[in-house]
Design a protein around this ligand. Structure first.
Ligand code: TIU
Length: 221
């Protein structure tokens, strides 16, 4: 399959490609979670849910591999570096109890992927202690076992966990595509800048495209 993308066409085979949805968990998208404790307006992120859901449903219909990630720490915080926990001056720190349970801790209500994008049987869910999806996770070996070569990204936030994961993937030899209207930042200018820097210099990190381009290729538009 080939889709119109920037800076040039992106080609992929469905059975060699995974759809990777980064951190669409309540911690970032709903009030009372990690995103809000950092001082952000989380309502900005909710705007991408319908387009992200359309792509997820179309990809599922085609039988493509879906990988969800969550930024999540162990209950004992042994995988949370003090440097991460102590950074800045948040209202609540990682591991503290907020209205959706302990902030950024695996198994807590706030750590669940939002209902609209909830994983179904057969989809992979990766809990990651860092911003990147490869750091200290089994993602690379899972992709290798399935002979995956290309990754299509959606999720939040564009310039933090999405871009970090794309850079990790790019250095590991994966061709990466970011769906522009299926990713969001708390800072609109950072989203724009991240998209531009990803696709600059002949796709130095990867490609970007609107979700309609992918939906069209999948026969859903
Ligand atoms: N703060 C922020 O923009 N993002 C994160 O901390 N994690 C993710 O991007 N998932």
């Amino acid at each position: 399959m080939q889709i119109h993308a920037n800076p040039f066409a992106y080609e992929f085979e469905l059975d060699r490609t995974a759809l990777v949805i980064i951190d669409m968990q309540r911690d970032f998208v709903e009030p009372g979670g990690f995103g809000e404790t950092l001082g952000n307006d989380v309502s900005l992120l909710q705007a991408i849910v319908p387009a992200t859901q359309s792509v997820l449903h179309a990809w599922r219909k085609k039988g493509g591999l879906v990988i969800h990630t969550r930024e999540a720490h162990r209950r004992d915080l042994a995988d949370c570096p003090p440097a991460k926990r102590n950074r800045g001056n948040p209202v609540l720190r990682i591991g503290d109890t907020g209205p959706m349970g302990r902030i950024l801790v695996a198994g807590e209500p706030g750590n669940q992927i939002i209902d609209a994008l909830a994983p179904v049987d057969g989809e992979i869910v990766i809990d990651k202690p860092g911003k990147g999806a490869f750091y200290a996770t089994g993602l690379q070996s899972m992709l290798q076992q399935r002979s995956i070569r290309k990754l299509i990204f959606m999720g939040v936030t564009t310039e933090v966990c999405v871009q970090t994961s794309m850079r990790e993937a790019n250095d590991r030899g994966y061709d990466c595509l970011l769906l522009e209207d299926c990713t969001e930042s708390y800072f609109p200018a950072f989203k724009t800048a991240a998209i531009e820097m990803i696709r600059a210099q002949g796709a130095i990190v990867g490609w970007t495209a609107p979700s309609t381009a992918l939906l069209g290729a999948l026969g859903n538009h």
